[in-house]
Design a protein around this ligand. Structure first.
Ligand code: ACO
Length: 402
């Protein structure tokens, strides 16, 4: 048994809150969320309004700089972002060093971290805010290039260079899906659904990857290494992997004969650990405001593209059945944002292993805004304490006597 009182005398009172369920790590003026009421606001603006009226780049500006930009400011921000989409040719060599079966999240985090080598001034914690801002622009501009190139590497296709005549989503879709010999034009319905999805994912206060970005940055590590760490945190199945789990579940239902009712019953069976993926949320206990918005975009994409995919038919059946089923209604288990984002990505031809990369693309402005806020507030280095529960004190025994 440990004598806790003796430890307390030395180190003061330490609280334990594993998973930080009720511990604030910081104050923040970026994102407000109320899970009970289903409210999500960026810098005070409701997510519903932003998704309907704004664009991803404008939301990125809002999150990072705190205000909606005036027309001129926004034009020059867009121009700067467009100007920096190209990456150093040597980054292609790094990309080519990855085997084609490399997971695109590993490739993405490596390429983002490689920017520390191409822009070593980013390592200086005392550089001016102008230089910090240039680093921010570079990251927003190059992230779609990295993400699309990670996919091309996986496909064994030549990379497509950015097209600076296109907007953010149009350019990304072209780098993903065009082949060098092809004329490619992104469908506006697809580009608009993607823009909305990116807006909805742009920040979600102190989640695992964002807290990671802040804690890595609190050691005065560069923006690029902090965001690279955030990408790795997002990679885990408990964080960024939910929409992939949705599609895998739908595929399993299809393999099992497509009987969605049977799987609905399985999810309700308390002796069965299976849960309906993409339903329910840890924070949003009444509804996920992002899911409401994205459901419409998902319907639009499916209608426009006339997708004929049994997996997506099963999704529709499950959604309709669960919304009428007393088990799900009583527990307020509605489809969450990942249910619909998985459907949209599948419908527009993005493979499941790229889903988390898409999440990272959307979350980038939030990571940057949180990193910048933490540095601007000169927050101290993050260094949690612990309650030690190991051996109290032992004498070393020579190996010959053990
Ligand atoms: N399928 C079936 N039953 C469910 C589901 C589900 N998806 N989600 C919750 N329930 C049931 C629980 O069994 C529980 O039933 P009970 O009251 O009879 O015991 C009741 O609903 C309340 O659920 P909790 O377990 O208290 O909810 P919790 O907050 O712990 O879980 C979670 C939330 C983890 C999201 C859960 O709903 C779940 O596992 N969903 C499926 C996975 C998923 O979609 N995850 C992504 C979430 S979105 C995101 O993280 C970005």
């Amino acid at each position: 048994a440990i004598d806790i009182s003796s430890l307390r005398a030395k180190s003061g009172l330490i609280t334990i809150d594993q998973g930080f369920k009720n511990t604030g790590s910081t104050t923040s003026a970026i994102t407000f969320l109320d899970g009970e009421l289903g409210i999500l606001r960026y810098r005070g603006y409701p997510i519903e309004e932003l998704a309907e009226k704004s664009t991803f780049l404008e939301v990125a500006y809002l999150l990072i700089y705190g205000e909606l930009p005036k027309k001129d400011t926004f034009e020059s921000f867009k121009k700067d972002v467009t100007h920096h989409t190209l990456v150093h040719e040597d980054i292609k060599k790094i990309l080519e060093g990855f085997p084609s079966n490399a997971h695109p999240m590993g490739v993405l985090s490596s390429l983002v971290c490689s920017l520390t080598a191409f822009y070593p001034e980013s390592l200086d914690p005392n550089r001016s805010w102008d230089k910090v801002n240039l680093g921010i622009i570079r990251l927003i501009a190059k992230m779609p290039t990295f993400a699309a190139w990670a996919y091309k590497n996986e496909m064994g296709h030549p990379v497509i260079y950015p097209d600076n005549n296109l907007d953010y989503c149009g350019n990304f879709l072209k780098m993903m899906f065009a082949l060098p010999a092809d004329q490619y034009e992104a469908d506006p319905v697809v580009a608009s659904a993607l823009d909305k999805l990116l807006i909805l994912h742009a920040d979600h206060e102190q989640n695992c990857s964002t807290s990671t970005v802040r804690i890595v940055g609190s050691s005065q590590a560069s923006l690029y290494s902090s965001v690279s760490a955030g990408i790795n945190a997002l990679w885990g199945p408990l964080h960024g992997g939910a929409n992939q789990a949705v599609i895998e579940m739908l595929e399993a239902i299809k393999e099992d004969g497509g009987n969605s009712k049977k799987w609905l019953e399985k999810a309700k069976d308390k002796d069965d650990p299976f849960r309906l993926m993409g339903f329910g949320h840890r924070v949003y206990k009444n509804f996920d405001p992002r899911a409401k918005i994205i459901k419409k975009a998902a319907d639009d994409v499916l209608a426009k593209m006339g997708v004929n995919d049994p997996v997506l038919d099963i999704a529709k059946e499950l959604e309709e059945a669960a919304l009428k089923d007393p088990y799900f209604v009583e527990r307020k288990l509605y489809p969450n944002v990942d249910f619909y984002s998985g459907i949209i990505y599948r419908a527009i031809g993005i493979p499941t292993e790229m889903f988390t990369v898409m999440f990272a693309l959307g979350r980038l402005p939030g990571w940057i805004a949180q990193w910048k806020e933490m540095r601007a507030n000169s927050e101290p280095i993050g260094r949690p304490r612990q309650v030690y529960v190991g051996e109290v004190e032992r004498n070393y025994v020579p190996i010959s006597k053990r």
